[in-house]
Design a protein around this ligand. Sequence first.
Ligand SMILES: Nc1ncnc2c1ncn2[C@@H]1O[C@H](COP(=O)(O)OP(=O)(O)OP(=O)(O)O)[C@@H](O)[C@H]1O
Ligand SMILES: [Mg+2]
Length: 331
Amino acid sequence: MAEPQTPLLSIRGLEVRYETDEAITHAVNGINLDINVGETVGLVGETGAGKTTTALAVMRLLPHRTGKITEGCILFRGEDVLRKSNGEMRQMRGERISMIFQDPMTSLNPTMTMGEQIRESLEIHNKGMSAALTDARVDELLTMVGIPPRRKHEYPHQFSGGMKQRIVIAIALACRPELLIADEPTTALDVTIQAQVLALMNELKESMRTSMILITHDLGVVSEMCDKVAIMYAGEIIERGSADDILDDGPHHPYTVGLFNSIPDIERESKRLSPIAGLMPDPAALPGGCKFHPRCGDAADACRSLAPPPFVSGEHIIACHKFGSSNGGRI
Ligand SMILES: Nc1ncnc2c1ncn2[C@@H]1O[C@H](COP(=O)(O)OP(=O)(O)OP(=O)(O)O)[C@@H](O)[C@H]1O
Ligand SMILES: [Mg+2]
């Protein structure tokens, strides 16, 4: 049998809160997640599920007054990210872990040319690299994302949305990170450009063996891109498995079934969209028991009072009372 791999990133029992004068928001509530080298893991869930918060915790970029990691650990190649100094973390971001943010414009500076911005991210992490070599790398990165290098003298407003997003990807990849966290990298783009950007990310992943956490609402994107999938609801991972486990007809968490039913099916035109009724609970006042029970058609008494035990079938894990328990741990 093959030796079990040590994960590149291992998240254990992570809890994150936002504390303000008005409320304590329980944004992430004890999640576990492993990402192996070369693997793409999809983090999927409705708005407010805690996906971006999880990513910001890994990057150590939570807002520092209000965002607090209250439990758990995050290991990157076995090193505890939460124990690193700010200086060590700054070096790690960009050099080993990069993030593409939900809104590409937040990561571009409107007053600098695109070339200058790529150059800057290369220089931060490659002190002493000669000017000629840096220039050559800028051209190489632009070519890699399909932008003619001569356009490096132009400013962000001179590019289309899809081009800007591809340049953001070039910047994120400038330092050849071991892990790329892409937070809804294509949500703001139209369908054709979305497909191009995803294909590009897949190519880059293959050629650089970059591991990836891909955050998305979109199960179509998951089927194109992901090796493994974690479905998040109200700050918890409620189902997890290989992409096949999640996309196949097998047993699923009622929330996952609801997510599937809310995407259009092009092959079966007659299929109607049936989004899940109700709203995600307020993370400042989460319900007891299973957090999905107020919206679940199958909810029974146990669901209202007890946290669901995980049902485990190989790598496929579902936290739902319907399936009972086959192990005592947490998903
Ligand atoms: N800076 C903040 N201060 C207070 N609460 C926050 C902050 N950022 C996020 N939250 C809250 O934390 C919860 C999780 O938010 P998060 O942004 O992680 O969700 P998400 O899954 O990324 O959603 P989306 O799909 O809309 O991007 C939400 O209830 C959100 O309102
Ligand atoms: Mg988000």
